[in-house]
Design a protein around this ligand. Structure first.
Ligand code: GTP
Length: 532
């Protein structure tokens, strides 16, 4: 696993990550919640609609069945008077079938079950004994009734609605009945036909034996359906809604209601998928419409993250080089536009100021002789490195006080220090600004004179020696110095060798009587060679 360190997190990425995750989570949450709420609403609305629709169909079917029974009752009254008139029987059956379109066929049967009149005549049942289930039930019950579905003598799946005929003496003469063909176009189909099957919605009607009386799939009419919770509920006389899986394994939203005039139930249902399909489109639409604002938000966050992190990043970059002299300038250029960054910048500026003062002080101390304020040996080495790197020629004066021990012995160490300080002042005074003066030991001084030939160096050394001799340092009086002179470049010698040569020349000056300047012979020679 990559560690956080490896991911190279910075403030900008963190702000971006935080802001974008919050935005995305909020958006997804809002999107998901609104999807869920709309889905629930749509589902409950669809269920309600289907329940209302089922109730409406129930009421229409009830009205139809009632009307059909009333028509039969009216005809039964007429036929009770003229039951023996074959003409009247024929006319009445014909009128019943054709006038209202309620029945697919009509029939008048006597009390023995023999057909006395019928319409249409093409059924060829006149004079025959009717032995179908509906006919037998009508004869047996002698009451207005609606049969269960059965296969008629003519081979059709039918429902038989009948009304008994009694004469004025209340003697049973027979009955008049009408059929509804379940598998063929008829009044039931016209009533229940739906206009929205395109989305998979459909209606079906079941009777008390769970047999389908109407179904858009005609082949299923007459089929018995068991274990369907909606059918069970509607046959218990309940009206309501339910989500269920149908026989085709499709999730459905169903509304159902029972009939009053028959032990039937009507179920209208719609696939869950079809119900939610418009919602998917709607949510996609929401997504598309949200996208530009989402993109703008992203850009806004990105710019803001950049603006917030920029000053801190610049401060962090600058903090890497606090010892750099240009740091203060860089810090001043950082655009700290908000409170925290500007306070941080202020604190860093103060810190850098203090640090650089301290560094300067330390550097100064590290390179300075504390007694005389001249450069020390470390500083001398640095200077020599610089000169050799730059290939600058230079002359070295090695200076030593003559018999300094005596000064110390006679006047004390503190007075000796004053002498050393006075000599330092004289050396600085006599040399030029570009010359380099260092105290390298107790009473030893080195002067580096860049770009000067041996002769000029010698003259300067002499002038210095004379000036020292002429200067009265209270309470010591005058002192003398000896000077050894050498120079670079000198026949490929190293800087150390040059210093050694100067030391040797100084030693020579001491040996030959002190208070004098001795120039290294090789140095003079090299100058001579150069001049030739
Ligand atoms: N006051 C004082 N004396 C110092 C300091 N450093 C070295 N000395 C003294 O300088 C003296 C150097 O003495 P020597 O090396 O014998 O040299 P000299 O007496 O100058 O004799 P020559 O160099 O041979 O002429 C010693 O007495 C040291 O104690 C210092 O910082 N202050």
């Amino acid at each position: 696993m990559r560690s956080l360190k490896n991911i190279n997190l910075d403030l900008k990425k963190l702000i971006l990550f935080l802001a974008i995750s919050v935005t995305v989570i909020t958006f997804l949450n809002g999107f998901y919640s609104s999807y869920q709420v709309q889905k629930q609403q749509l589902q409950s609305q669809t269920l309600k609609n289907h329940n209302a629709y089922a109730a409406k169909l129930v009421s229409a079917t009830d009205r139809f069945l009632l009307a059909a029974q009333q028509q039969l009752a009216y005809s039964a009254k007429i036929l009770a008077i003229q039951f023996n008139d074959a003409n009247t029987l024929a006319q009445e059956t014909q009128r019943l079938r054709l006038q209202t379109d309620s029945f697919n066929s009509t029939v008048v049967v006597d009390k023995d079950g023999v057909v006395l009149g019928l319409s249409p005549l093409s059924l060829k049942l006149k004079g025959q004994l009717l032995e179908s289930d509906g006919a037998k039930q009508a004869l047996a019950k002698k009451k207005p009734m609606i049969s269960e579905p059965y296969i008629s003598a003519a081979g059709n799946l039918i429902i038989f609605i009948s009304h008994p005929i009694f004469n004025s003496q209340d003697e049973y003469l027979g009955y008049i009945g009408g059929t509804l063909y379940l598998k063929q176009k008829g009044i039931l189909h016209d009533l229940l036909q739906v206009h929205f099957h395109k989305d998979g919605s459909y209606i079906y009607v079941v009777d008390k034996s769970r047999r389908l009386l109407y179904h858009p799939d005609v082949a299923r009419i007459g089929e018995q359906v068991f274990g369907n919770p909606v059918i069970e509920a509607v046959l218990r006389g309940e009206s309501g809604t339910r989500q269920l899986i149908n026989s085709q394994n499709i999730a459905m939203l169903a509304g159902y209601a029972p009939l009053k005039s028959a032990s039937w139930g009507i179920v209208t249902q719609r696939p869950l998928g079809a119900t939610f399909a418009p919602l998917d489109g709607l949510m996609m639409n929401v997504l598309y419409r949200t996208l530009p604002v989402g993109l703008a938000t992203f850009i806004f966050i990105w710019v803001l993250a950049r603006l917030i992190s920029q000053p801190l990043r610049q401060l962090a970059e600058t903090a890497k080089t606090l010892d750099n002299p240009s740091t203060s300038q860089q810090l001043k250029q950082v655009r700290s536009w908000y409170y925290e960054s500007s306070e941080l910048r202020l604190a860093m500026l103060k810190g850098v100021g203090l640090l650089q003062n301290q560094i300067g002080l330390l550097q100064h101390e590290a390179q300075t002789d504390p007694l005389t304020g001249l450069h020390n040996r470390r500083s001398l080495e640095f200077m020599l490195d610089q000169l050799t790197l730059q290939q600058t020629s230079f002359t070295v004066l090695a200076i030593d006080i003559d018999f300094f021990k005596r000064v110390n012995d006679e006047f004390g160490h503190d007075i000796g220090d004053i002498v050393l300080q006075s000599l330092a002042t004289i050396i600085v005074d006599v040399t030029r600004e570009n010359d380099f003066v260092a105290r390298t030991g107790g009473e030893e001084f080195i002067v580096i004179l860049p770009n000067i030939n041996a002769k000029s160096a010698y003259l300067l050394a002499e002038r210095l020696r004379m000036r020292v001799s002429e200067t009265i340092i209270e309470p010591v009086g005058s002192i003398n110095i000896s000077i050894g002179i050498s120079g670079w470049p000198l026949m490929q010698l190293s800087v150390e060798d040059i210093l050694k040569q100067a030391d040797q020349a100084l030693y020579k000056a001491k040996k030959t009587g002190r208070n004098r300047c001795i120039i290294d012979s090789q140095f003079i020679q090299s100058e001579f060679v150069e001049q030739q």
